[in-house]
Design a protein around this ligand. Sequence first.
Ligand SMILES: [Zn+2]
Length: 133
Amino acid sequence: MYMRECRAAGVSATQFGIPFRVFVVCLLNDVDPYGPPGLHYSSVVMVNPFVTTEEGSQIDCEGCLSFPGIKVQVERPQTIGMTWNDMDGGHHYGIFANDNARVIMHEYDHLQGIVFLDHVESLESFTQQAPRY
Ligand SMILES: [Zn+2]
């Protein structure tokens, strides 16, 4: 997965100035006990996504391609329900949890004009990143 290789988990059209309600996310697949070992991801394009339910909460570190080098602790729902269309107009519904819910909510926020820094309430939320050489 190109996005995972870049340590990105999603990107929205609005980040490129494209005024469409669409994003692509790289989601961690459920573990298949009979499948090959390791983590497996799938890219999902969500057109006209809509969050139908939010449950629980989780706090973890997030970054954003639009804000390189910045990482902050962001609270997100633990589980979300979503409806969306695919690129062919097919309608889908899904429930996503943990990191997948976080990735989707981050991109969904972009479509609402919200960025992850809007969730920061204090400077303690910022995390230091070690420089890479
Ligand atoms: Zn972002």
